[in-house]
Structures are given as structure tokens and as C-alpha cells.
Design a protein around this ligand. Structure first.
Ligand SMILES: [Cu+2]
Length: 106
């Protein structure tokens, strides 16, 4: 039988593991099959987004407005962005401009 104490300690654990507003989160975007996955990602200013190329051809993750961007990422390479702006941050691959993604930053 679930005791009251078990129930309370699981509730405390759930609350305790929730990241606070001040703690940045690391998100992951995989580049696979000529797509950014997830294509839409909700982030907070201060968070980090790690892009990993899982394709055999090189890709980039580059801001549409040119304000940030990775180098060429070969197979297995990672590049990390620290989100410092709010709003919809649209990005694409410089080699394959049809590849698009958006970071929704609040
Ligand atoms: Cu590409």
C-alpha cells in the first residue's frame, strides 16, 4: 500500500528536480536526413542548444539574420549556441537553404 509518506516524498522529489528559472537548460537539436529535429524548439534566454550533425554530409546551423552561426559540421560534429536573445530565432543550413528551424526564445 502506498503510504502517505511515500506519496509526499515523491511529490517533493518532483518539485525538487524541476529546473528553476535561473538555471539554464541544455537542449539538443539533431541534424538528420537533411532536417533539424526538432524543427521548432522552445528555449529560454540563457539556455544552451547543442546541434549535432548525424548526416554524412556537412551542414551548418546559421541564423537567417546572420547574427550567429556554426562552422561546417561534419558527421558527428557538435556545435553549441548560447541563446542570448528573445523572440523567434530562425535558422537554416548554408549548404541546403531549404533546411530550416526555429528557436522560440522567451
Ligand atoms: Cu545542410
Amino acid at each position: 500500500m502506498l503510504t502517505r509518506r511515500t506519496l509526499i516524498s515523491s511529490m517533493v522529489l518532483a518539485i525538487g528536480t524541476r529546473p528553476s528559472l535561473a538555471e539554464p537548460t541544455t537542449h539538443h537539436v539533431d541534424i538528420m536526413g537533411f532536417q533539424f529535429t526538432p524543427k521548432l524548439l522552445t528555449v529560454s534566454s540563457g539556455d544552451r542548444v547543442v546541434f549535432t550533425n548525424r548526416d554524412v554530409v556537412p551542414h551548418t546551423a546559421s541564423a537567417v539574420d546572420g547574427s550567429w552561426g556554426s562552422v561546417d559540421l561534419s558527421n558527428g560534429a557538435q556545435w553549441s549556441l548560447e541563446v542570448v536573445r528573445r523572440g523567434n530565432l530562425d535558422y537554416y543550413c548554408q549548404h541546403h537553404p531549404v533546411m530550416r528551424g526555429t528557436l522560440i526564445s522567451s
